[in-house]
Design a protein around this ligand. Structure first.
Ligand code: PRX
Length: 633
């Protein structure tokens, strides 16, 4: 661990000096890690050029910082408790020494299969310790991991593998989430059929479902691990060598592969976790995300291990076998730091309070939220019922692209306000921009597009294979700034409150989805002429998916048509992208240039269709009345 900020006064002083001399601040943060060789330059490059680098010339391996350096003093400390889907499955914990051994063994397995530094490896797995072992083993040999959330379809998996030309896929036979079995190997087989770059598929056994097998390509994890040596010398990486690619949805086209590199990411996730959660060595830290999302990368796998903490890997869902599961797990492992999504909180607060009261939550010291705005009601419930009115809540704002938390309270240090991510972390300088003038909005009590003014070590270094998209998405709208895609308020106290996306990206249950992706999937239906997706307020998911569509045939049975649309979207993207509502319309509101006026659709979807403002730019304003009068299924 580095040096933690311990008071609000200290935060303000450190913040100011970190902005005055960013390089000094980030050099200090990097000191406490094991480097084979220190960096030549702390920072170079700019947003304008899209060539930001940190700690260049520094040599390291992130897994030595996650594992090896803890062995002498903390080898017997638990690195991960594993909580299986079935609450009655026997206990399993891995100490730092055991995790180190497993990672070394699997690193040797990967090398024996010909995986080399720089090769891409796709990981499509259940939430068991093996997903962390596979991830860390890649990092240990310098292979670039690309984890794909195990809720994505075969087609989505194939798209991601193809985009980065992955050489290997690591998966399970299946996974059990709640009562549902997901046949990961079958899905992988379907994907790999379209992925000629995949040479090997390693299958980790987790379920009892029957699977197909292709000799020569498929191998069992346990067979390969049997004879693998537990000695492995980590491959030396440059700070700017790629660590991983993680795909995330944007406002247009297919998901983009965000590239993160070794040194800056390591320093950033470690120091943000320490400061925001104010962790100590004997804490038990549990983030309920899935390793397939950035939250899981940064704050289940890398951040806690870098800080030498005891973490929890949770395979199940908050509702299984009953809505008390999260609280039962907190009680079981005496969790001190608990990090979850506003969607989970909103879903659980609808349940009987007995599900909370049955469990002893007195171990909790800090609560966190991430991924979407949290409404005040949910914030208060979390604070009062889970934190017993005494635990600070850290509402952490960040993105796949930022690598780690950016705007957030520091637990117990920053005075909080419900719904506010509060203040920027040291080294992070946010600003609000005026969309029409492209100028910075100064002062307090204002609202605008959220941008970041200076590079930070954890930021994305590129969109895999598409530099042009990297530049146009993040650096074009406001030259000289990083554009987040979020809208934001800064109140009279200078506190930041994220208001949601200002682009065509939806945030459904904290999952980021592009409207264009879903529209393209729906357009594949042979009866659909054109679809337009918008988000609308949803009391549990935060945002629901509303699909307007024109069809070339009359639809006799809208309910079964909706099911067809659901099946199609699940097949092409994932069940998480299924529209909550569909409405078949005669025409979509379009401008003369053919652009769909989503503002109008958003207002109608939100039930605010009575006052639509100026619709005179529409080619056919009468479609609006028809849509307003229509019915959603
Ligand atoms: O809109 C913001 C929202 O989630 C987006 C980033 O999504 P993703 O890359 O999937 O990463 C999610 C986990 C870090 C942001 O652009 N978001 C994230 N955190 C918050 C948030 N919105 C409001 N409050 C937050 N704390």
């Amino acid at each position: 661990m580095g040096s933690k900020i311990t008071s609000f006064e200290e935060y303000k002083a450190v913040y100011n000096s970190s902005i005055a001399d960013r390089e000094l601040y980030w050099a200090e943060q990097a000191e406490s890690f094991d480097w084979h060789k220190k960096w030549d330059t702390i920072h170079s490059g700019s947003f304008e050029e899209g060539n930001v680098k940190w700690y260049e010339g520094g040599k390291l391996n992130i897994t030595e910082n996650c594992l090896d350096r803890h062995l002498d003093e903390n080898g017997d400390k638990v690195a991960f408790h594993f909580e299986a889907n079935d609450p009655d499955e026997g206990p399993r914990s891995l100490t730092y020494r055991e995790l180190h051994e497993e990672v070394c063994k699997f690193a040797n397995v990967l090398e024996s299969k010909g995986v080399e530094k720089g090769d891409r490896v796709a990981i499509y797995m259940a939430m068991t310790p093996e997903i962390a072992i596979a991830t860390l083993a890649c990092a240990r040999i310098g292979a670039v991991h690309s984890i794909v959330f195990a809720g994505f379809s075969a087609q989505s998996l194939a798209d991601r593998i193809q985009d980065c030309d992955a050489k290997m896929l690591i998966t399970n036979d299946g996974l059990q989430r709640g009562t549902k079995l997901v046949p990961l190997k079958d899905i992988s087989d379907e994907a790999v059929e379209h992925c000629p770059t995949i040479e090997n598929v390693i299958v980790c056994k987790r379920t009892e479902n029957d699977i197909d097998w292709e000799d020569g390509r498929d191998e069992w994890w346990h067979d390969l691990m049997e004879d693998a040596s537990s000695e492995h010398e980590a491959v030396e990486m440059d700070a700017e060598d790629p660590l991983f690619i993680l795909y995330t949805s944007g406002s247009t086209g297919a998901p983009k592969g965000q590239l993160h590199t070794c040194g800056g990411y390591m320093v950033y996730v470690s120091s943000t976790l320490e400061n925001v959660f104010q962790v100590d060595q004997d804490d038990v830290y549990w983030c309920t995300a899935d390793a397939g999302w950035i939250t899981g990368h940064s704050y289940i796998i890398y951040g806690p291990l870098l800080n030498g903490l005891t973490g929890v890997i949770f395979e199940s869902t908050p509702m299984y076998p009953d809505p008390g599961r999260l609280w039962q797990v907190v009680d079981k492992y005496d969790v001190t730091h608990f990090y979850t999504s506003p969607t989970a909180i909103r879903a659980l607060m609808k349940e009987d309070i007995e599900y909370v009261q049955q469990h002893d939550l007195s171990s909790i010291e800090v609560l966190g939220t991430v991924g979407e705005p949290i409404n005040e009601e949910a914030w208060h419930w979390y604070h009062d019922k889970i934190g017993n009115g005494k635990c600070p809540i850290v509402d952490t704002w960040w993105q796949t692209e930022t690598g780690g938390m950016m705007i957030s309270p520091m637990a117990g240090i920053t005075p909080t306000k419900p719904g506010y991510a509060t203040l920027p972390l040291p080294g992070i300088e946010p600003a609000l921009m005026d969309d029409s003038t492209k100028e910075e909005i100064k002062g307090n009590g204002v609202q605008g597009d959220l941008v970041i003014k200076q590079p930070w070590p954890g930021m994305t270094r590129g969109v895999w294979g598409d530099e042009e998209r990297y530049m146009s998405t993040y650096f074009e709208k406001y030259p000289g700034y990083y554009f987040t895609g979020d809208g934001c308020k800064r109140d009279e106290d200078g506190y930041y409150r994220i208001t949601g996306r200002v682009d065509d990206v939806l945030n459904v249950s904290g999952h980021r989805l592009g409207t264009a992706e879903i529209e393209n999937a729906i357009d594949e239906h042979n009866k659909v002429v054109e679809a337009a997706i918008v988000g609308y307020p949803h009391d549990v998911k935060g945002e629901g998916i509303y699909a307007f569509m024109t069809c070339d045939d009359s639809i006799e049975n809208p309910e079964s048509f909706k099911k067809e649309i659901h099946d199609l979207v699940s097949k092409i993207i994932s069940p998480i992208a299924k529209p909550d509502k569909i409405q078949i319309v005669e025409g979509l509101p379009k401008t003369r240039s053919g652009k769909i006026m989503r503002r109008i659709l958003r207002q109608i979807a939100a039930g605010e269709g009575d006052d639509l403002g100026d619709t005179s730019t529409l080619v056919d304003p009468s479609v609006v009345d028809e849509i307003r009068a229509g019915k959603a299924y």
